[in-house]
Design a protein around this ligand. Sequence first.
Ligand SMILES: [Zn+2]
Length: 360
Amino acid sequence: MTNSHQKKNLRDRVIGSAEAVLERNGAVGPIELFEQMGFLSPVHVNQWKQGNPHYEVLEGHVRCGQKKRDQTFKFFFEWVAEKKLEPIEATYSSASRSGAQSLKITVDGDADKEAFFRTQFRPANLSDAKKQRLKKKLTKTPDLVVYQVTSKSSNCSECSAEIFNGECIVLEKSKALCLTCADMDHLEFLPSGNATLTRRSKKLSPLSAIVLRFNRSRKRYERQGILATSAAIDEAEEQCAADVDQRARLRERAAERRADDDVKLIDEMAQLIQAEYPGCPASKARSIATYTAQRGSGRVGRSAAGRSLETQAITLAVAAWIRHQHTNYDELLMGGVERHEARQMIREAQQNVIRNWTNS
Ligand SMILES: [Zn+2]
């Protein structure tokens, strides 16, 4: 591959990643960009944000060299300028019992560099209300976090009490404290599963924490529930019992609205497919649109590009459909052919259908 090719690929990746984060979060900065591009591991960023002392500084863990980093920033800031995005400062802090602690990003703690990494970019044309909401989101103090112990047993570094598998510890400055030493042993564990109950308990509880546990096979921390005062959980349960019918109705209405949106999206996408591929039968165009736009399927039709009905997303969706429906691709995969090879083997058949559909 030539150098200019590599550069173009990196540029595409930078812009694609930046756009994805901007769409998802409403703003994008260097840290979020690096995470999206795989230069920072999500586990690492999450644990850093939660103040886990084993992940103290972020910069030292960027998984790419200085040259690539410089090029990434060059492409990123060109894109920021082109889109006329405006800077907005984010705070990165973790919760501790003594209040929010500002998180260190860079190894040397240089003020300018820290400010550089804390600056995100948002669209210029936001309404004042949206600006306020975004600012609140980017400067929000995170929740306190406790960890369920996964080892057989360990000891509190302050009182030496034994902590058994499944019990919670608080990490503070590389020390593991039992809940008693952390003054949190009056809290009760509420397992995940009822989002409304969790949200209400947290809101009602003067002190609360998120409970995480490391899943070894998935290599990530998973949320188990929260700690909150018993009184808060009791009151939240009462509130939930009082409006259970009302919430069920709201959920139904929301589901109906989503279904309406889906129908509209499918109609528009089917029309676009027919415009691009006049030879594709109308019923098939609709099938492709339905398949592609299916909620939560992770298929291209639900990507940001698909929703804005970009031609490239349509091309990809049609190509994928043809691969699965008009070639023996799936049989090849079932027969153990490697995906890349299988794609080569069916390419001609796939191209034939595309040609037929394009020229009619
Ligand atoms: Zn202790």
